[in-house]
Write a protein that binds this ligand. Sequence first.
Ligand SMILES: Nc1ncnc2c1ncn2[C@@H]1O[C@H](COP(=O)(O)OP(=O)(O)O)[C@@H](O)[C@H]1O
Ligand SMILES: [Mg+2]
Length: 378
Amino acid sequence: MSVEHPVAELPAVAEPVPGPRLPVPDRDGAAPVVQPAPAHETLTDMQDSDTPPLADDTPIARAAQAAVTAMARVGDPLPRPAQTRVIVVANQKGGVGKTTTTVNLAASLALHGARVLVIDLDPQGNASTALGIDHHAEVPSIYDVLVEGKPLADVVQPVIDVEGLFCCPATIDLAGAEIELVSLVARESRLQRAIAAYEQPLDYILIDCPPSLGLLTVNAMVAGREVLIPIQCEYYALEGLGQLLRNVDLVRAHLNPALHVSTILLTMYDARTRLASQVAEEVRNHFTTEVLRTSIPRSVRVSEAPSYGQTVLTYDPGSSGALSYLEAAREIALRGAEADAAAEVSYAAGGASGVYAQRPHGLEQHMDQQHSTMEGNR
Ligand SMILES: Nc1ncnc2c1ncn2[C@@H]1O[C@H](COP(=O)(O)OP(=O)(O)O)[C@@H](O)[C@H]1O
Ligand SMILES: [Mg+2]
């Protein structure tokens, strides 16, 4: 139930200390690489990292080791899905790590060799910013796709830092789309249609939803098969989760029978607090199969990266945040491969493909009661 990192098992590697960050190299046709890690300046910075102490236990030596570990892992390809996995990153609460999770998982998957598209569906455009994609008002964006019917191919841009990663940006125009969509034909399925018409081969599409359950989020849920819910390991974490799950059920019942909650990721996990482990335990008790083993620790590097237009994978590949997102991406890819294999067996046997576990009965109710339970335990 806690953060699990393979770092502790790896041998110490004596490597040159990483120097100052370099400009992003031209990566034309090159194998996936990540930028060198910035040297940590203070011990406080290094407390961010889960790297075990070395004999030569200095912050810089630890940063060097962690960066080397991360770089070794990114070259390691993961199984590719049998068909494009469209993953909707949703939680109507703001600030739970939706955007951070979307961009860092997307970058992790791309660094593992997958072709990944991030669709920024939040008018704030935070995912576009974090991927270094310009999103001022004139940039062709997801608004043009949803409201004007422009092909997705006309607005998708490559992310220069990470090969195989693409972004469909959001501009502030999208703020009006919730209302403009209401009067349009097929208002709930416009994103799904745009994706269906997009011919580029992709392994994953990750959709970063706004913090609401309006028409934009409904469009995402109609377009995807999987919902990934980031849950912040803090007080009030589970409040409103029942509402989100009911929305998933409604969309499944009326608009998209394939939709299901496939993944729950615990974010901003602070191992020092009892509350974080309490929240994690509650979530794991009730979402037995959906919760990833890897949780994302609270990490200064994760929160700094967007201000450099970067994911934490390129900003500081050796940080605990980068390693955790790489590990979470690995879990997601491996679970997908298992699901593909199960679907094949089920297809061969002529049965229905109940590949992913359904939520236990009565969970929504439980989630709505969580807030009071947590309060009682405090
Ligand atoms: N693991 C983390 N450690 C530290 N800060 C984080 C972490 N994940 C997210 N944050 C910060 O928390 C804030 C909210 O995250 P964000 O991904 O924008 O949430 P959302 O998209 O759900 O609103 C941002 O400032 C982000 O940098
Ligand atoms: Mg966001």
